[in-house]
Design a protein around this ligand. Structure first.
Ligand code: UT7
Length: 326
C-alpha cells in the first residue's frame, strides 16, 4: 500500500536567544510569571536581515541532507507560514529558488499554528493520488516582526524558527496513517493581526494608530485550545483504530504547557510520551511541530516503526492532527 513517508527532517533556530530575564528588562513581566503560566524560559530571535525564507531554507537544507536526496528530486515545495517574506510571491518560491529545486511547484499555506499539519494533509493527498512523489514541506516563522514589544500579554509568548520534512510516497506500512483538519472562522478575532492586510491597510495617515501586532484573547483561546486538542487527537485515534497505549510519542503544537497538560491528561498520555521544547523555543506557530519532531528524532525519541501523534491549534481558528508510523 502506498503511504506518505517522512524520509527526512530538519530544523533551524536563529542564533540570538532572548530569555525571560532579558524581557524583564524591557517590559513589566517576570520570569516566574512566564514560566508558571506558559512553561516558556527563552525564545530565539531572527536577525534583522534574516527573513522567514532564510530560516526555512536552513531547515530545508537540513531535512534534504537527512533524507539523502538532491534538491532536483523535489517536485513540490510547500511553506506553512503566517509571516511570509512578501505578500507576493509565496515564501515557498523564495525557498525553491535558493535550494535549486528547479522542478518543483511552490505554494504557501496559511493556517497559522496548524499550518504544518494542514500541509501534511495536503501533501499526503497529493502523494497518495499519484500526482507527486517527493514533497518538501517547510514551516517557518519570523513572528518577532509581528510583536509589539510594549504588549506583555503577547510579546512573551512567541519566537522565531523553522522546521522542514521531506515526504515521499513509498509502498509499505510506514508513513502517514491519518490526517484531520478543521476550522471555525467565526472566532477569528480571538487571535489575529488587525492591520497591514486589505481590511485595514497601513497608510501614512494611520501608521501610528493601527495595530500591526498579534492581538489575542488569551483566556477564550485557552479554553478553545484544550477542546480542539481533544477533538484532533480523538479523531486520529478513531481513524487509525489505535489507542493512546500504542502512541510512542505525542508531539503537540507548543503554545502553552498547561494546555498540553490538560489535553494529555484527558487522553491518558503520560508525561514521558510527550515531547516538549517550548521552554527553549516558545511558540513558533507553524514551525513548532516540525522543529520538535526533528529535535525528538535527533535525541533518539523517535525510531523506525514508532507511532507518532501530532496535534495543533491556532488562529483561524484552526486545528488539526496527524498520526504517523515512522
Ligand atoms: O498558538 C496559538 C494558540 N495560542 C494559545 O492557545 C494561547 C492560549 N492562552 C494562553 O496560553 C494563556 O491564556 C496566556 C498564557 C496567554 C495567559 O495566561 P492566563 O493564565 O490566561 O493569564 P491572563 O490573561 O488571565 O492574565 C492574568 C494576569 C493579568 O493580570 P490581572 O488582570 O489578573 O491583574 C494580566 O494582566 O496576568 C497579567 N499578565 C502578565 N503578567 C506578567 C498578562 N501577561 C503578563 C506577562 N507578565 N507577560
Amino acid at each position: 500500500m502506498l503511504h506518505t513517508r517522512f524520509i527526512g527532517t530538519g530544523h533551524y533556530l536563529p542564533k540570538t536567544v532572548l530569555t525571560n530575564f532579558d524581557l524583564e528588562k524591557i517590559m513589566d513581566t517576570s520570569d516566574e510569571w512566564i514560566r508558571q503560566r506558559t512553561g516558556i524560559h527563552q525564545r530565539h530571535v531572527a536577525a534583522e536581515d534574516e527573513a522567514t525564507s532564510d530560516l526555512g531554507l536552513e531547515a530545508a537544507r537540513n531535512a534534504i541532507s537527512d533524507a539523502g536526496i538532491a534538491p532536483e528530486e523535489i517536485e513540490y515545495v510547500m511553506c506553512a507560514t503566517l509571516t511570509p517574506d512578501y505578500f507576493m510571491p509565496a515564501t515557498a518560491c523564495m525557498i525553491q529558488q535558493k535550494l535549486g529545486a528547479k522542478r518543483a511547484a511552490a505554494l504557501d499555506i496559511n493556517a497559522a499554528c496548524s499550518g504544518f499539519l494542514y500541509g501534511v494533509q495536503l501533501a499526503d493527498a497529493l502523494i497518495r493520488s499519484g500526482a507527486y512523489k517527493t514533497i518538501l514541506l517547510v514551516a517557518a516563522e519570523k513572528l518577532t516582526v509581528r510583536l509589539d514589544w510594549r504588549k506583555r500579554d503577547t510579546a512573551v509568548l512567541f519566537g522565531d524558527g523553522a522546521g522542514a520534512v521531506v515526504l515521499r510516497g513509498e509502498e509499505g506500512e510506514h508513513g502517514v496513517l491519518s490526517t484531520f483538519a478543521s476550522a471555525d472562522g467565526s472566532a477569528y478575532q480571538m487571535l489575529h493581526i488587525p492591520s497591514g492586510g486589505s481590511r485595514e491597510a497601513i497608510t501614512p495617515d494611520n501608521i501610528n494608530d493601527v495595530e500591526r501586532g498579534i492581538m489575542m484573547d488569551g483566556q477564550a483561546l485557552y479554553k478553545r485550545a484544550v477542546k480542539a486538542f481533544g477533538e484532533a487527537t480523538e479523531r486520529a485515534l478513531q481513524q487509525t483504530q489505535l489507542t493512546s497505549e500504542n502512541i510512542k510519542l505525542f508531539v503537540p503544537h507548543q503554545a502553552n504547557k498547561r494546555i498540553i497538560d490538560s489535553a494529555t491528561s484527558r487522553l491518558g498520555i503520560p508525561d514521558e510520551k510527550i515531547y516538549l521544547n517550548l521552554d527553549r523555543v516558545a511558540n513558533t506557530s507553524a514551525a513548532s511541530i516540525p522543529i520538535a519532531l526533528d529535535q525528538a528524532r535527533k535525541e533518539g525519541r523517535i525510531v523506525d516503526n514508532d507511532i507518532v501523534l501530532m496535534a495543533a491549534f491556532g488562529a483561524g481558528l484552526t486545528w488539526a492532527s496527524a498520526m504517523v508510523r515512522w
